[in-house]
Design a protein. Structure first.
Length: 186
């Protein structure tokens, strides 16, 4: 089963469930955000993430930034080419832990079973920027497939292409292939 959901902060919930206004990770990290010493205790469970899953996350970031460089049409909205998003460790923490939680608790939603929104989860990471959106997906087997799914969904695509989104955290959990992108900006 393949599923997508979008959530956008600026416009409320989108018509496209599964997309939030969070962006992809191209491998570059914002201001030393990759330093594990910068994580708070909340993020410790994802510090030893499966290297194969981390590679999928990095691959998604590369595709995100390639798509941003090309520009895109997202439903009825056209986006000009824009700069890359950079990987941000706290956003990655929020994305990874949400993908893991959806697998472990067997649900698919932007709101977790404790009633926490994406913004509540980002707050737990001590991210000092503005969390602007989230895309989630389930069942897509690889980075190309999930990115094709998101880019063919207007709300998800808009989150990815929004030039205001400059940072991203990507989380992939291999159990049932749960994907989360959390976008932000400073």
């Amino acid at each position: 089963m393949l599923s997508l959901a979008v959530l956008m902060n600026l416009g409320g919930c989108a018509d496209d469930p599964g997309a939030d206004d969070f962006g992809p990770d191209d491998g570059a990290d914002a201001a030393g955000a990759d330093d594990a010493d910068g994580f708070n205790a909340h993020c410790e469970p994802q510090a030893d993430w499966d290297p194969a899953w981390a590679q999928y996350e990095s691959d998604v970031l590369g595709i995100v930034n390639a798509r941003r460089a090309e520009g895109a049409s997202c439903g009825g909205e056209t986006f000009a080419p824009t700069g890359p998003m950079v990987a941000e460790a706290q956003l990655r923490c929020a994305a990874r832990l949400h993908s893991q939680d959806m697998f472990v608790q067997m649900y698919f939603d932007h709101t977790n079973l404790d009633g926490e929104s994406p913004w509540d989860r980002v707050d737990k990471t001590d991210y000092d920027g503005f969390a602007s959106g989230e895309n989630i997906a389930q069942g897509y087997p690889d980075p190309t497939a999930v990115m094709d799914g998101w880019m063919n969904s207007p709300g998800h695509c808009a989150n990815i292409m929004n030039a205001d989104n400059t940072e991203i955290g990507i989380g992939f959990h291999g159990g049932d292939n749960h994907w989360t992108q959390v976008m932000g900006r400073r």
